[in-house]
Design a protein around this ligand. Structure first.
Ligand code: CAA
Length: 704
């Protein structure tokens, strides 16, 4: 018998097992239509004597990706996707319906079971999964905690330690790990197959429905020793990207273990409703949407992309090595070309060392590392790039050097090969101008360490053609990066805005602040590091050399370098170092005071509030210029760049989101104030910030 109960849920009965197959949208998001359809189907099956058990299925790509995130943004809902009403049962009610169902329900997981999707599966009485399935509770990455009983049920299935790890990191686990941990009961290639139906029928015939909430074996130890949950969570809490959501989740898990499932459910609901309305979660949901929008840049035709099987990397330094590892990790054969044998050997040895570290940390198996290494070859000869589909240049940051390299590449690679530069500031148009086929040139600006940091600014030059853009973009996606398309200007989007911030940081020192105060303000805001700590880590001599070459100065930074203080590598920079341990250095304070005096600046007390605004608002202003010039397509693209490339705290949504949230009118007023205070006309509001109705305007593409 096959009988569609609802267009988004198919229902058939085989050997006494009712198969309910969810088929809604791309990922079976549990919006009200799907919830209603599932509850209708269950209601019909409850009293059907022909049905002994139920097998709940999804689609190959997704059992379900959880609650429908778009419903959280509905103004009247306030997270009310959880509330019942005419729209149908809320997710908690649906989950309760499943758990209390009089006949055993087996969830058959294919693709992903995430968030509310996994919570639905955990409410079933048994779970089978295909070996390729992935399971997780990623709510924390949206500034939330599981909201449909996940904080209570997961510890009851896998124990408190594994549960806290999954809930506080949001990471997905493989079907194999899920089986080992007890999150699933069996692996079956196709959970909708006859074999799976047989499994579910056996289960229904031999067992009464066992509710997950009643399983207490794996939490008994923690329940008897209050404080266990807080202890187990301490490390993850320290590392949590959203401490607000992490605290809330720990409270719910702890109540569900140390008191009761029902008490935990009450705490979970309270905390979920608080978090879903919080600015921190709204910011992270904005980033989720912005990241997906950035995957669809205007005029990008993914079908125009060439498949990259073989790649070349020019330069085996830190960036070249990182890019090589990222390409090889995605199965691409890479030839790394260096000018000198010693530099090549050093670069290859560093790659070996990085791989050994990841094996020793358990993030990679030895077999993986060996496979990756076998794809990498070093060479001193451009002729070895003859068969490459893509070459990424990561050489010294000098226009002439890069132009020479591209001219050499022209002579050695085929006409179809795409040529990318990893330059962080230079003009792709000037690099392309000297080549025979400028249409095949683009920028692929990676961030250090390139094998770890997700962002790639894909820089589209004036001549870059559709196939080149598509190849750069899709290759970046294929190697697991987050590409954002930008156009050519000095420093593109990220570094152009960073430069503005660095200038302000230097000004603040001259006017009266000290490095420790400035860094502390940005860390309180949520950055992992302040600008001066970051400078010390990267090495101050690089910027010094660039400034000298370009005839620019930065009085304090220059004075530090003249005193031989290049940062951590010399043990002295803005701070003094014992190993990595840093402390304030009275010598630096004196040096800064001397520089101010020599420039005739009367130092003053500067508030933390002013420091924050002076660092962030000029950046936002530069972002507005970038949008007005069309360098970035959308405000959200700028936010993704800062979140993925510069560790902008996700719960602050990115600079343009932050501006909208703070109030565009307020930001514009303060910029006018600082422009006057510092006699710096570049601080006058620009782009959309300068519009007349700015008090009610929002950054384009963002809510007001
Ligand atoms: N709700 C609404 N839409 C969703 C969604 C969700 N939970 N998950 C994915 N989508 C949408 C995406 O926005 C995208 O839409 P567009 O094509 O219009 O851009 C589409 O589905 C495909 O998604 P991706 O482009 O991300 O595809 P992918 O293959 O790269 O990744 C995925 C698929 C792993 C499911 C990924 O989309 C993902 O991680 N989704 C979010 C999962 C999540 O965070 N779930 C928790 C929700 S909160 C919750 O469930 C609270 C609770 O406890 C009740």
């Amino acid at each position: 018998m096959t009988e569609p109960a609802h267009r988004i849920v198919a229902l058939d009965i085989v050997d006494g097992v009712a198969r309910i197959t969810m088929n809604h949208g791309q990922v079976n998001a549990l919006g009200h239509e799907l919830r209603r359809a599932l509850s209708d189907a269950l209601e019909r099956l409850a009293g059907d004597p022909a049905v002994a058990g139920v097998l709940l299925l999804g689609q190959p790509q997704a059992f379900s990706a959880g609650a429908d995130i778009t419903e959280f943004n509905m103004p009247e809902s306030g997270g009310a996707e959880m509330n019942s009403g005419p729209a149908g049962p809320d997710l908690r009610e649906l989950v309760a319906l499943v758990e209390d169902f009089p006949k055993p329900i087996t969830a058959g997981i294919t693709g992903v079971a995430l968030g509310g999707g996994l919570e639905l599966a955990m409410a079933a009485h048994a779970r089978i999964a295909s070996p390729t399935a992935r399971l997780g509770l990623p709510e924390i990455t949206l500034g939330l905690l599981p909201g449909a009983g996940g904080t209570g049920r997961l510890p009851r299935l896998v124990g408190p330690e594994r549960a806290l790890d999954m809930i506080l990191t949001g990471k997905q686990v493989s079907a194999y790990d899920a089986l080992t941990d007890g999150l699933v009961d069996a692996l079956i290639e196709d959970p909708g197959s006859a074999e799976a139906v047989h499994w579910a029928a056996e289960y229904a015939a031999t067992r009464a429905p066992l509710r997950t909430r009643d399983r207490t074996g794996s939490i008994a130890g923690a329940a008897a020793a209050p404080g266990t949950v807080s202890r187990l969570a301490a490390d993850a809490l320290r590392k949590a990207k959203d401490p607000y959501a992490a605290h809330a989740a720990i409270k719910a898990v702890s109540a569900g273990i140390e008191q009761s499932f029902d008490h935990g459910a009450v705490v979970e609901r309270e905390k979920f409703e608080e978090r879903v309305k919080s600015p921190e979660s709204a910011a992270q949901r904005h980033l989720f949407t912005a990241e997906r929008a950035a995957r669809k840049p205007a005029d990008l035709d993914p079908d125009a992309a060439r498949t990259v099987r073989r790649a070349g990397v020019i330069g085996a330094g830190t960036m070249g090595g990182g890019i090589t590892m990222a390409l090889a990790a995605a199965g691409i054969t890479v030839t790394v070309v260096e000018a000198e044998r010693s530099a090549l050997d050093r670069g290859l040895a560093q790659i070996e060392k990085n791989l050994a570290v990841s094996v020793s940390r358990g993030s990679r198996t030895q077999d993986d590392a060996d496979a990756l290494k076998s794809l990498i070859t070093g060479s001193l000869d451009y002729a070895d790039l003859a068969g490459a589909d893509l070459v990424i240049e990561a050489a010294f940051e000098d226009l002439q050097v890069k132009q020479d390299i591209f001219a050499t590449l022209d002579r050695h690679v085929g006409p179809e090969c795409v040529l990318a530069s990893n330059t962080s500031y230079l003009s792709i148009d000037m690099i392309a101008a000297g080549t025979v086929l400028p249409g095949r040139v683009l920028g692929m600006h990676f961030f250090s360490p390139a094998n770890v940091m997700p962002l790639v600014e894909v820089v589209r030059g004036a001549a870059t053609n559709a196939a080149t853009l598509a190849t750069g973009f899709t290759t970046a996606r294929r190697i697991g990066k987050t590409p954002v398309v930008v156009r050519v200007c000095h420093g593109f989007v990220g570094n152009r805005m960073l430069e503005v911030r660095s200038f302000q940081a230097e000004q603040l020192l001259l006017e009266g602040a000290l490095p420790g105060q400035v860094d502390a303000v940005l860390k309180d805001f949520g950055f992992r590091m302040g600008p001066f700590e970051m400078g010390d880590m990267a090495g101050l001599d690089i910027g010094w050399r660039n400034r000298k070459a370009e005839g620019r100065t930065a009085p304090t930074a220059d004075a530090l370098c003249e005193a031989g203080r290049f940062g951590q590598k010399t043990g002295r920079g803005y701070y003094a170092y014992d190993g990595r341990e840093r402390r304030d250095d009275p010598e630096v304070e004196q040096l800064i005071r001397d520089v101010s005096r020599n420039l005739g600046i009367i130092r003053r007390e500067i508030s933390d509030h002013e420091i924050l605004e002076r660092l962030l608002f000029p950046m936002i202003n530069e972002g507005a210029r970038i949008l007005a010039e069309g360098i970035a397509e959308r405000a959200g693209d700028i936010d993704v760049i800062w979140a993925k490339g510069y560790n902008w705290p996700a719960y602050r949504g990115g600079p343009m989101w932050y501006a909208s949230h703070t109030g565009i009118g307020y930001v514009a007023d303060r910029l006018r104030f600082y422009a006057e205070q510092t006699a710096d006309v570049t601080l006058l509001p620009a782009g959309f910030l300068a519009e007349d109705d700015v008090a009610v305007a929002a950054a384009p593409g963002l809510p007001g």
